[in-house]
Design a protein around this ligand. Sequence first.
Ligand code: TIU
Length: 241
Amino acid sequence: MTTPAAISVDARPYEFTFDPATTALVIIDMQRDFLEPGGFGESLGNDVSQLRSTIKPLEAVLAATRAAGLEVIHTREGHLPDLSDCPPSKLTRGRGDTHIGDPGPKGRILIRGEYGQDIIDELAPIDGEIVIDKPGKGAFYATAFGDVLIEKGIKSLVVAGVTTEVCVHTTVREANDRGYECLVLADCVGSYFPEFQRVALEMVAAQGGIFGWVAGSTDFLAALATAAPATASATTVLQPS
Ligand code: TIU
């Protein structure tokens, strides 16, 4: 039995305290479909370049989180090729020329297995990390995400990804109602709308942290640097017989 090693991050509305052993980095929907031209984000009329400022800080957070041995979970929004898992409301929304399931320059839009639906190269998952495919905006809806968190004994989530006011917010709200403590990394979440970005972050931390906490990635990294080094749990030593 090890003693929990609590770490504190300078955050809004007050410091966020977590134990790396029971904390997961959750990276929401950093997919080509949202961050590159020709995908779902653009089909909804958005300027996808708005989201790209999240990539660099998130790369640094991902590297440090991996080094510290925290659980890393990626999500991808998307649907089965026959669209049988797509809520009908989602299929009829949007006024662009293309919709979910239509062919695009990076494959069928928001369809699982297509190049455009996958995570951008810079943040590609590595062996041992979990990828949750989700049909909705929140990570809990119609997925194994909740079961994975329980199975791994996760209590706190450090949340990054896109978009701040849609899939990040929905997931944080779902997580908050289930008892998870959520820290949203302000520069590692992105919106197509600067005003939504600002207000969505304010909403999380308002009213004494009604949904969770907000911090910059440099404050999170500074806190993580104080953590004890990761134990080499992935290494199996075979003794000679
Ligand atoms: N449209 C928009 O802002 N977001 C989404 O449709 N999905 C996610 O946020 N991932």
